[in-house]
Design a binder for this molecule. Structure first.
Ligand SMILES: *[C@@H]1O[C@H](CO)[C@@H](O)[C@H](O)[C@H]1NC(C)=O
Ligand SMILES: *[C@@H]1O[C@H](CO)[C@@H](O)[C@H](O)[C@H]1NC(C)=O
Ligand SMILES: *[C@@H]1O[C@H](CO)[C@@H](O)[C@H](O)[C@H]1NC(C)=O
Ligand SMILES: *[C@@H]1O[C@H](CO)[C@@H](O)[C@H](O)[C@H]1NC(C)=O
Ligand SMILES: *[C@@H]1O[C@H](CO)[C@@H](O)[C@H](O)[C@H]1NC(C)=O
Ligand SMILES: *[C@@H]1O[C@H](CO)[C@@H](O)[C@H](O)[C@H]1NC(C)=O
Ligand SMILES: *[C@@H]1O[C@H](CO)[C@@H](O)[C@H](O)[C@H]1NC(C)=O
Ligand SMILES: *[C@@H]1O[C@H](CO)[C@@H](O)[C@H](O)[C@H]1NC(C)=O
Ligand SMILES: *[C@@H]1O[C@H](CO)[C@@H](O)[C@H](O)[C@H]1NC(C)=O
Length: 606
């Protein structure tokens, strides 16, 4: 026997080949119930537990030898030899390693028909509820900067499974476990894998059944370590089609680390026990005839081109679920040639198609629209798409403050005082400091000055900050996990905050609304600090319960990337806001119109 159970508690590559007796180290081994047909070639074995919850008594045995595989079957008590290896399922340098026994030989079957008792999660072992790793140091927990400051495998700390989620799942690597009462918390991924939690305490449970990122009782954002990804069933069955809130039958199988995550590989596919309602409530916020009362929508409509397949759905969402807000902040409007990279930058066809579709979907009026074309291929996003923000508004309700030209791609707008002594913009709408390095390969914020029929003015900033593409998974080796482009988002928020302050310096009671797709959580406080010092997040003003503050789902967590912030004058008046889950409550990924949910709010702008 050539393996050492101690290695199961470590997170580093081992080049270990000490010859040790199975009874000394892991106890006589059972063949697990799984023959590794899907995951790879091999099988799992379970030794006698040694009473130390840091140490798994299960292990994956890798072999492609049909001779070896023919010798073992579920419930066999065997003795075997092999070499311990720490391996990676992918070439991703940020992945943790999996522990396995390779090149098994000398297989002796001692007995048959033994039973293997799974570890029942939630009963025998309870996942921690908040922290992912002891190495996630900093004021914002796992969202702290700097990130990628250390690697689990380099530090090689002893596992603390009761406190840290990664340690918890690592301590069960190779172990046969059962997840009782699984509830799905995300749509299946591309491979049909499903995030679930089972019947154990989890923070951030929302009304749909998902798990929202919230502050834990320790005041740090929860990493939701109680979730586990269910991989491809080992017996060749297929996981069912599910959505957020689907209840499944109990799931049993071994825990492994692969492709950036801890997985449970089910011995067989679970069945659906209950599905949540397909009815998605529309907003009850409606437009008002009052001069000062503004309804506001905010929606990232996901790479929306002139021929977008999601056009009818998005139009219905705005007309019927958001009740045609007086003003809509849109993000990800593509140019008139969509993703064809032909130098086209104008998006007037894309926007006029959308406006017509909203009317056709029963919208109460015909929207006016405006945007500013980017310089071709300079604002990031899908190549050739030239995505940008745009405004739709009800021309009977509000209008752009007249008297200033519409800004071009490179024009920096500034706050100015008009001949009546009222605040306006030098370009309306205009872009904020478009030459600033913070906007490299990213969308420039679209600023506008508006007035009501009675001449009351307010300002808006519609933004889409740089995305998190290339971030590591929450269960990756670098700690805190790498939050890609966090420094750029921080710089972008600083530039926007500086601009907002130029308005407030001229009029501290100015009505200002800033928001859109921030591609960041408010729990990453380092990013939002300069904005939060002058503006207030409307979710808190509207009193939305923290579990219900979400517009996005990623890797099993429901979370909020889309935010609206208002100046103190608006914050001092009544505020209503709702996230309308037209997409994240969909019955399948394929039926979503966008990866983001829209938000609707009602504000008093004067
Ligand atoms: C990692 O930790 C394990 C368990 O404590 C220990 O046996 C091993 O020597 C350590 N390896 C390194 C490289 O630090
Ligand atoms: C496997 O069989 C051996 C005897 O051959 C026995 O000593 C050992 O306890 C068995 N293992 C388990 C986990 O039951
Ligand atoms: C194992 O169980 C099967 C079915 O229950 C039975 O047919 C077989 O004889 C048993 N084998 C041994 C060695 O007891
Ligand atoms: C962590 O590991 C990655 C991948 O090997 C490496 O690029 C990075 O420099 C390491 N970080 C630290 C702090 O050692
Ligand atoms: C989360 O906790 C931080 C630190 O105490 C705090 O600043 C922040 O406002 C909290 N967020 C929410 C939504 O309660
Ligand atoms: C799923 O199970 C949970 C826990 O028992 C329950 O609260 C929830 O209502 C169930 N969901 C459905 C759709 O039945
Ligand atoms: C909308 O419904 C919520 C409850 O879901 C209620 O608290 C709120 O008062 C309603 N708002 C309006 C404007 O009717
Ligand atoms: C788009 O703008 C171009 C150039 O100003 C104009 O010729 C065209 O009619 C516009 N298309 C629509 C749908 O408004
Ligand atoms: C601008 O962003 C692109 C794409 O992320 C990157 O390749 C380039 O290095 C950046 N340039 C500067 C000056 O930061």
């Amino acid at each position: 026997m050539l393996f050492d159970v101690v290695c199961l508690a470590a997170l580093l590559p081992l080049a270990l080949s000490a010859s040790v007796a199975v009874t000394d180290i892991q106890g006589p081994a059972f063949v697990s119930p799984y023959s590794g047909k899907k995951f790879a070639s091999g099988f799992w074995i379970a030794g006698t537990a040694n009473g130390d919850t840091r140490v798994s008594n299960g292990l994956y045995v890798y072999t492609t030898s049909t001779t070896v595989l023919a010798k073992v079957a579920v419930g066999y008590n065997i003795t075997l030899s092999g070499t311990v290896s720490e391996y990676r399922s992918s070439s991703d340098p940020f992945d943790l390693y999996g522990t396995e026994l390779e090149s098994p030989t000398s297989i002796v079957v001692n007995s048959q028909n033994n039973t293997i008792t799974p570890v029942v999660i939630g009963k025998d072992r309870i996942p921690p509820t908040q922290l992912l790793s002891a190495l996630d140091v900093g004021a914002d927990g796992y969202l702290s900067v700097p990130n990628g400051a250390s690697n689990l495998t380099t530090i090689n700390a002893t596992l603390v499974p009761a406190t840290y989620g990664i340690d918890f799942w690592e301590s069960l690597e190779g172990q046969l476990v059962t997840v009782p009462g699984p509830i799905v918390v995300d749509f299946p991924d591309y491979y049909g894998d499903i995030w679930v939690h089972g019947d154990w305490p989890v923070p951030g449970k929302n009304s749909r059944g998902g798990l929202t990122m919230i502050n834990g009782t320790n005041g740090l954002p929860t990493g939701n370590p109680g979730m586990i990804l269910i991989g491809d069933p080992l017996d060749g069955t297929k996981n069912p089609s599910v959505s957020v809130g689907t209840n499944l039958s109990d799931i049993s199988g071994p825990i492994i680390f692969q492709y950036g995550y801890f997985y449970l590989l089910p011995t067989t596919a679970p069945t659906v026990k209950a599905t949540p309602t397909t009815t998605i409530p529309a907003s009850n916020i409606t437009s008002s005839t009052s001069d000062c009362t503004l309804t506001l929508g905010d929606y990232n409509i996901d790479n929306f081109g002139p021929k977008a397949t999601q056009l009818p759905a998005v139009a219905t969402h705005i007309a019927k679920y958001l009740n045609t807000p007086d003003l809509v902040f849109l993000q990800e409007i593509q140019d008139n040639s969509g993703e064809t990279d032909d130098g086209t930058v104008s998006a007037n066809t894309t926007l006029s198609n959308l406006v017509a579709a909203i009317s056709a979907a029963g919208g109460a009026f015909t929207y006016s629209y405006i945007d500013i074309d980017p310089i071709n291929d300079q604002d990031g996003g899908v190549p050739g798409g030239n995505i940008r923000q745009a405004y739709l508004w009800n021309p009977q309700k509000i209008s752009l403050v007249p008297g200033s030209p519409v800004g071009g791609s490179l024009d920096a707008t500034a706050v100015a005082t008009d001949s009546n002594g009222d605040l306006t913009l030098t370009y309306n709408p205009g872009r904020i400091d478009p030459a600033n390095a913070a906007w490299n390969a990213s969308r420039k914020p679209l600023v506008a000055a508006w007035e009501t029929p009675k001449g009351n003015r307010f300002f808006t900033v519609n933004l889409q900050l740089t995305a998190k593409l290339d971030s590591t998974t929450l269960e990756a080796n670098p700690r805190p996990p790498i939050n890609a482009f966090v420094d750029q988002r921080t710089s972008q928020v600083e530039v926007i905050s500086t601009f907002v302050n130029t308005i407030l310096e001229k009029d501290s009671s100015a009505s200002i609304i800033v928001g859109g797709d921030c591609n960041e959580y408010l729990y990453t406080r380092s990013v939002f600090a300069p904005l939060i010092s002058v503006l207030t997040d409307i979710d808190s003003l509207a009193g939305i319960p923290v579990e219900e503050r979400y517009t996005y789902i990623y890797d099993g967590q429901t979370e909020q990337l889309d935010h609206l912030f208002v100046s103190s004058s608006i914050a001092s008046r009544p505020v209503a806001a709702q996230h309308i889950h037209v997409n994240n409550w969909a019955t399948s990924l394929a039926t979503r119109a966008s990866d983001h949910d829209p938000t609707v709010a009602q504000l008093q702008v004067c």
